[in-house]
Design a protein around this ligand. Structure first.
Ligand SMILES: Nc1ncnc2c1ncn2[C@@H]1O[C@H](COP(=O)(O)OP(=O)(O)OP(=O)(O)O)[C@@H](O)[C@H]1O
Ligand SMILES: [Mg+2]
Length: 298
């Protein structure tokens, strides 16, 4: 696992108001994490072979390249207002937005995006850049949706998988910084195989499975609870679909956290079905967690 104390929080901007909202959110994240903030605008126009400078006779600050620079400058100024203690840099990087941001994610501690951008497709819950980056980024992706509320718990989905453990850790960090409660949610419908080749009995004792689920949930948070004793933890066992349970919890949450993959059997899948449901339907900002970048000694 990469260990890099200088890795920044990266946020993508496209000149939209939603992206600026993401910048304010990212500035606070950088402050909590004591990381620099890097603001990136992916500038696709050079690939389209169109003129980038001001038109002949037009003001010198016109043209697409200047407009891109202004979008980044505006975002840098906004971040500095929200978190003056954070070192903020901005960059216009030539390339297609998702490709540029996925490349940025290789060196980032996390990447923050708005759920929508400048694209005009009415009613779309998630823009194409947000979809692609959530699926492909190597670091955690935080998608800012709706009004960021300062109250309410941090909610995390627990399924006992390795990545859900990373999600639990991320959620504890976020809850500690925000000084709020952590709600660990485990939703289950039927007994599920623990792994490939695991054969389930045809007849089972529901109470025994409920106890098993309770144990999985308790074990998933126990270690981290010791590391973050200041974070109050509520464990919530729900009989129902995990995606639905987490989306429901997001109505009152500050942030919902899920691992990118669960225990599902489809190898190679980039996003599990629960992560997918939360990504598209959560009412609050949400984080999709992959391997966390750790600081030496943590
Ligand atoms: N050119 C870009 N450079 C950097 N970040 C971007 C760029 N475009 C989008 N983003 C980031 O991705 C977020 C989601 O925007 P996205 O483009 O996915 O939505 P959209 O514009 O509504 O949809 P679409 O582009 O698919 O029509 C934005 O809020 C912003 O954080
Ligand atoms: Mg867009």
């Amino acid at each position: 696992m990469a260990s890099d104390t200088d890795a920044p929080v990266v946020v993508g901007v496209d000149g939209s108001e939603i992206a600026l909202h993401a910048v304010r959110y990212a500035a606070r994240e950088a402050a909590y994490r004591q990381r620099p903030l890097r603001i990136v605008h992916a500038f696709i126009w050079p690939m389209m072979r169109v003129p980038l400078g001001p038109a002949p006779g037009a003001p010198a600050d016109g043209g697409l390249r200047n407009q891109a620079e202004r979008c980044v400058d505006e975002a840098v100024a906004e971040a500095a207002k929200v978190a003056p203690e954070v070192t903020v840099t901005g960059a216009v990087v030539d390339g297609a937005p998702a490709a540029v941001l996925v490349a940025e994610a290789r060196h980032a501690v996390e990447i923050v995006l708005g759920n929508r951008g400048l694209g005009g497709f009415a009613g779309l819950l998630l823009g194409s850049v947000a979809v692609q980056v959530s699926a492909h980024a190597e670091c955690p992706v935080l998608v800012v949706r709706g009004e960021a509320r300062a109250d309410g718990p941090v909610v995390v989905g627990v399924d006992g998988s390795e990545l859900s453990q990373e999600a639990v850790r991320y959620a504890f960090e976020e809850a500690a910084w925000r000084g709020t409660e952590l709600v660990a949610v485990r939703a289950w419908l039927y007994p599920t195989p623990a792994g490939p080749g695991d054969i389930l009995p045809l007849v089972y004792d529901l109470d025994a499975f409920r106890e098993e689920e309770e144990r999985t949930l308790a074990e998933a948070v126990a270690g981290w609870s010791e590391r973050f004793p200041e974070v109050p933890v509520r464990r919530l066992l729900v009989r129902g679909s995990p995606g639905r349970a987490l989306v429901e919890q997001s109505r009152t949450a500050q942030l919902v956290v899920v691992g990118a993959r669960g225990r599902g059997a489809l190898g190679g899948l980039l996003l599990g079905s629960v992560s997918h449901a939360v990504l598209h339907h959560a009412h609050s900002p949400l984080a999709i967690v992959r391997k966390l970048r750790t600081v030496e000694g943590t």
